[in-house]
Write a protein that binds this ligand. Structure first.
Ligand code: GLV
Ligand code: GLV
Length: 328
């Protein structure tokens, strides 16, 4: 059995694949693999270990050949893979949504919320620039979180972990979800809202939806106009959930007071207006970048390959119904 790994991952989990007797090829480049490199590498393999930066559509699957059984995506998100095309071909797709990863993203979200509220990045820059002249009554005024409202757009696993932490700051929490979740309401003290209601009433809006046809540019000119004036946007989900042009305009018109972004509409490119704006905090898609999370991602991505190639049903199949029609 052959496996292609599109880029070296941290830790020694890949060694387990070799111990199983599989033939493992790892892209030799420490960068996103080129399309040619991908097409060449996957030819004749039984499984691909892919990253969220690899675009895998039906043509790529076909280029691998009819023996391809599994795409194990080293990520929680799987918008880089055409799931429908995979299922149609009987190819299993797995992702790596562990508590470790989800907590890491939730914690990063809170790092961004706090940094926005207290202008940590701006203040740090000013201090390093030598602008600190001693205590002053009116520098870097921020905002208290207590009593404010956090809007969690998408109360899934990560969204719930973000909401849980809001209790510690004594914030009110509104959430959107396909339908109200009475258990979550009881446990987390959160309140269901439509997206419009959430945007109109939240001081901080944090996005936790996957990228789909429905959520692509969900935050656009119209939805920014519905946000409470002077509120903040946090995005640790997927960049394309936000129309970056519309975000630039919402910041310029002071419709929103600031934004914290870990993901971008056209990664790795970022609008120059965003980079230049002191009201925006940026991090380079690192919400899941903790040692614990990456270790678990490697463990799960590799376990899915070993299980599948041994005929055992793997954990975290994205589209469960593929199991019955899988390629053998
Ligand atoms: C990171 O963005 C992930 O989806 O794991
Ligand atoms: C993903 O972002 C989720 O809501 O679990």
């Amino acid at each position: 059995m052959k496996i292609f790994v599109t880029r070296k991952i941290p830790g020694d989990h890949l060694e387990k694949l070799k111990k199983e007797g599989f033939e493992v090829a790892i892209s030799e480049f420490n960068r996103v693999i080129t399309t040619e490199g991908l097409l060449e590498g996957i030819k004749g393999v039984d499984a691909i270990l892919s990253l969220l930066t690899d675009k895998i559509d039906g043509d790529v699957m076909d280029a691998a050949g009819p023996q391809l059984k599994l795409i194990s995506n080293y990520a929680v998100g799987f918008d880089n893979i055409d799931i429908e095309a995979a299922t149609k071909r009987g190819i299993i797709v797995c992702n790596t949504p562990s508590d470790e990863v989800n907590e890491a993203v939730a914690e990063h979200t809170w790092a961004l919320i706090l940094a926005l509220a207290r202008r940590i990045v701006e203040a740090d820059e000013a201090t390093r620039r030598g602008a600190y002249r001693g205590w002053e009554p009116d520098i870097f005024l921020g905002t208290n979180l207590i009593g404010k409202t956090l809007g969690v757009v998408g109360l899934g696993r990560i969204g719930s972990m973000v909401a849980r932490r809001a209790q510690g700051y004594k914030m009110n929490v509104l959430y959107t979800k396909n339908s109200p979740d009475p258990d979550a309401e009881r446990e987390l003290g959160v309140k269901f809202a439509s997206l419009d209601e959430l945007l109109a009433n939240s001081d901080f809006v944090s996005l936790h939806v996957p990228l789909t046809a429905e959520t692509r540019h969900m935050m656009d000119k119209d939805t920014f106009a519905k946000m409470k004036k002077g509120s903040y946007l946090i995005n640790t989900a997927r960049g394309q959930v936000v129309d970056e042009r519309a975000l630039v305009d919402a910041l310029a018109s002071a419709q929103i007071a600031g934004a914290a972004l870990d993901v971008f509409d056209n990664e790795p490119n970022i609008s120059p207006e965003i980079i230049a704006d002191q009201k925006v905090i940026t991090t380079p898609h690192i919400a899941s970048a903790t040692r614990e999370a990456r270790d678990k991602m490697g463990e799960q991505a590799v376990a899915a390959i070993i299980d599948t190639l041994k005929g055992v049903k793997p954990q975290n199949i994205v589209d469960e119904k593929v199991w019955d029609i899988r390629r053998k």
